[in-house]
Design a protein. Structure first.
Lengths: 256, 256, 256, 256
C-alpha cells in the first residue's frame, strides 16, 4: 500500500508547467491539497517557496519537479515513474524563521521566512542598525545597506550574494550577514546557534527608513525586528535519493 | 602678497562649527563665496562634499577643517595660523562623475557626483541590470541589489562597503562594483580606465524598480543610466603638507 | 568535597608564568599531571595547545590562565580564588582531527590536530591537489598554495587568515578552506559535516612538493593526506562562567 | 617594406609547439634572436614569460601564439597570414619589477619579475614581516603566509589568488597583497603608485625562515627584500587588434 496515494498538483503559470500538470493529473488523479498525502509542485524555486509558504503548517510533504529556469530546491522532471519516485524519496525537514516587525504605529507584523529575513534601507540614506543576540547587545551601531538572518536552506540565496557562508542543511546554525557594511566596514557577520534570538533596532528611523522582508513579504518603515527559528513548524521536502538538499548544498560549495 | 587674502567661511549647523566660524571670521574677515580666493569649510565630510557640490564649477579651492565626527577629507582644526596654512597647503585636483539618468517619461536627469553613482533596487525585488562599457556589452544580466561607479576619491566610501578596491587618488581609474551580486554571484567588479563610458540598463523595470543616486541626489524609477568622468570640471581641494588626500588614501589602505 | 582537589600546574618558560606557578603551587600544592584532577596551564595559547596535545588521551580537564600575549583559549589570571573558580567553571568538550599522511617511502604518518590540518607548497611551485569527501571526488584539480581542514576551535586561527568562516564551538562542522586558490580561482571552500572524511591527494608531487602540518607537527613531501574528526578523543577545557569558548567565538565574530 | 622581416621562432618542448615552429620556420625563415626584428613564441604563458625574461633588455618585440593550455598573454594560433598579423599588431609596453634580496651571508641577490615578487614562509612557522613604502613604515608587523608585489600584467596571476584586485594594464599602479594575513587579519593590501619603493623585512628570520621569489627565481632564507618598478626596461608585447592585453585584462574582470 503506497504512502503517497493522493496527490495534489500545483504548477506555475507557464505553458510548460501547466502542460506537465495536465499530463500528470490525468495519470495520477489530482486531489485538493488538504486531502493530499503529498503535494507535487511543477515549476521553479519561486513556486516551490510559494507552495511551502501556502502549506506551512499542514505537515504535508512537498515534492518539486523542475519546470522552471532555476531549480535548486527541485527534482528533475520526468513524466514516468512518479509513484515509484515518491515512495523512494528521502525527506528533509527544515524550519522557517519567525519575523516580528514593529512599526511606528505600534503595530506588530508577523511573517515566516523559509530563506531569510532581511532589513534594507528604503532611500539613499544608509541604514543605522543596532543588533542584540539573546538579549546581549552585540553591535551597537552598524551603518550599512542592511542586514539579513538566513536559514541553512536560504544560505545559498541572498546570504551568498551578501558574501555570507554556505551552511550545510542539517546544521543547527543561522547566518547573520551584513549587506554592504560601511562602519564597521570590514565586519563579515556571524554564524549563530539556531536557538539564537536576534533583535535588530532601526536607529534614526525617520531620516533613515528601513524595510523588513521575510522571503517575499515586505513591511516598510519598521522600527525594530525580531528573528528566531520557529522550531515548532516542520516543513517536509522530498528529494530523489542521491539528490537530496544536503547533497545539493554540499556540491554547491564545490561549484565556482 | 598672499594668494589667499579673501576667505569665505562655511560651517555645518552644529554649535561647534558655528562657533569656529564666528571666531575665524572675526580674525580673517568673511567674504561671499563668489568673491573669495578660497572657501574654508568647517564641519565633517558631509559639509565638505556639499560645499564642493555647491561651488563645483567655480574653480575656487576649498580648504576643510574638521569640526565634525568624520573628517577623511578635512584638515585638523586649529584656530591659529590659518593664513600660513593656506599659503603652504598642497592642492589635489579631482574630477566629478557625470550621471545621465533616463526615466519612463522620457525625461533625462543630470547630476554630478564626487564620490559615486549608484543604482539600487527600490523594493524587495532584486535588480536586473545590463552593463556596457564604451559601447561594448560586458555583462548581459546582473541580478543584484545594485551596482556603483566610484571615483578614486569615493573609493573609500560606499565602494569599500560593497567590497570594491581602494584606488590611489591620482590614478586614472574608476571602480565598477556590484552590490550583493546574486548572479553571477561571485563577480567582484572591475577597475576601468577613467575615460570609460559606462551604460547601465534596468531590465524588467516595472517589476523591479531601481533608483539612481549621484552622491546624495536620488532619482527613482530609472530605466537607464550613463556614467562618465567629467574631466572638464576641476575641483581643487587643499591639504596641509604631509596630510594630502593621496597620503590619506594610502594610509587608509594600511588601516584595518 | 571539592571535585578538583589535586592540581597540576604547567607554565610556559617566561619569568611571569614561572612566578605565577611558584605562587600558586605554594598555596594549592602541585601534583604530577597523571595524579591530577585538573591541569592548570599558565601562559598563552601556545602553551594551552601544547598542554592539550601532551595530555590528549588523559581525559583530565585543563584550566588555562593567561600569562602570555595571546590568550583566546584562556581565563583571566588572578592569584586568588582558584579553588572556587575551578568548582564553578564550565567545561567545553572538543575533539581533535586525526591526520594520516602518506609519503613516497610508503610510510604512514599519524598526528592529531586541535586547530587544523593544512597542506602547503614547499617551493615556489604551486601545489596541485585533488580532494575527495567521503569517497566522492569533489575537486579534481585545485591549483593553490594549499588547503586546510579546521575544527570549530581552530576556525578563528589559520582558517580565518585564509578567508574561511568562523564556526561556533559546538557546531558539528569542519571547514575546508583553500589557501590562495589559483584555479578554480574564486573557490571559497566548504563547510562539511563533522563526520566527513576528507582525502587530499598531491598531484605531480616530485615537481610540486607539499608538506602537511597538524597544528605544529610537520611532515614534508607527502603524497596524500586523510583528515577526519577523532570523535573518540574528548578534550575538556574549563572556562569561567560567562567567558566560555562558545561566548568567545561568538563575540570574536562581532569584533572587526 | 615590412617592419618585421627577420623572425626568430621559439617553441616550448611539446610536439604541437615544435611542429608549429617547423612549419612556420620553413615559410618565414628563422634567424637567431639577436638578429631578429621580432621573436615569435609558440607555446603557453610559461614560454611567453620565459622568452620575455631571456630577452628582457633586448627591446625586441615578442609576438606569442598559443600552442599551450593557458594562453592569457598570447594570440590565437593560425598557420597563415603571420606577416600581415605582425604588421597590423598593436604593441603593449610593460615594465618588470626589480627585486633586491638580502640574505644572512650579506649577499645581495638581484632578479627581475614580470608578474610579481612574493615572499613566503618556508616552514609551518608563519612569517613575520615589516613593510615600508618610500621609507615610511606602513606595517610594523604582519603575521602571514607571505606578501607579494604585483605589476598590472601579473595582477591576474598569483595576486588574484591571494584576493588582490585586477589592475588594467596601462595603469601606473602596483598591488601590494598579503597572503593569508593572520594579524592584522582583515588587512586586504594596498594599491600603490608605480614609483613606490617597497621594502619588506623578515622578522625573527631564524625561527621563521622566508623565501623570496621573482616570477620563477627563488632565493631561500632572505632577511630583507626591496621591490620597485624598473622603468628603464621596456618589454614590447605584440597583440592582434581587438585582442590586446588591455582588452584581455578588461574582459577578464567581467569573467567569473
Amino acid at each position: 500500500m503506497p504512502r503517497f496515494r493522493n496527490i495534489a498538483f500545483v504548477a506555475s503559470d507557464t505553458e510548460e508547467a501547466e502542460a506537465a500538470r495536465a499530463t500528470l493529473a490525468k495519470r495520477h488523479g489530482d486531489v485538493p491539497p488538504e486531502q493530499a498525502d503529498v503535494i507535487v509542485a511543477l515549476g521553479g524555486d519561486g513556486l516551490m517557496l510559494q507552495t511551502m509558504h501556502r502549506h506551512l503548517k499542514s505537515r504535508i510533504p512537498i515534492y518539486g519537479m523542475n519546470r522552471g529556469s532555476v531549480g535548486f530546491l527541485l527534482n528533475d522532471y520526468r513524466e514516468d515513474g512518479l509513484a515509484e519516485r515518491l515512495e523512494s524519496a528521502e525527506t528533509t525537514v527544515i524550519h522557517p524563521l519567525r519575523m516580528t516587525a514593529h512599526d511606528a504605529s505600534g503595530a506588530q507584523l508577523l511573517a515566516l521566512a523559509i530563506n531569510e529575513v532581511s532589513l534594507f534601507r528604503q532611500t539613499y540614506q544608509a541604514a543605522k542598525l543596532r543588533i542584540a543576540v539573546d538579549g546581549t547587545l552585540r553591535m551597537d551601531e552598524l551603518i550599512c545597506d542592511g542586514v539579513l538572518v538566513s536559514t541553512p536552506a536560504g544560505s545559498t540565496a541572498y546570504n551568498l550574494s551578501a558574501h555570507g557562508p554556505i551552511i550545510p542543511i542539517n546544521t543547527p546554525l543561522l547566518a547573520l550577514t551584513p549587506i554592504s557594511p560601511f562602519r564597521p566596514r570590514r565586519w563579515r557577520g556571524a554564524l549563530l546557534p539556531n536557538e539564537a534570538k536576534v533583535r535588530i533596532e532601526v536607529l534614526e528611523a525617520a531620516k533613515r527608513p528601513v524595510s523588513a522582508v521575510a522571503d517575499h513579504t515586505e513591511f516598510r518603515d519598521v522600527l525594530a525586528v525580531e528573528v528566531m527559528e520557529e522550531s515548532g513548524i516542520d516543513i517536509f521536502m522530498m528529494f530523489d535519493p542521491g539528490h537530496t538538499l544536503a547533497e545539493r548544498i554540499l556540491s554547491e560549495q564545490f561549484g565556482y
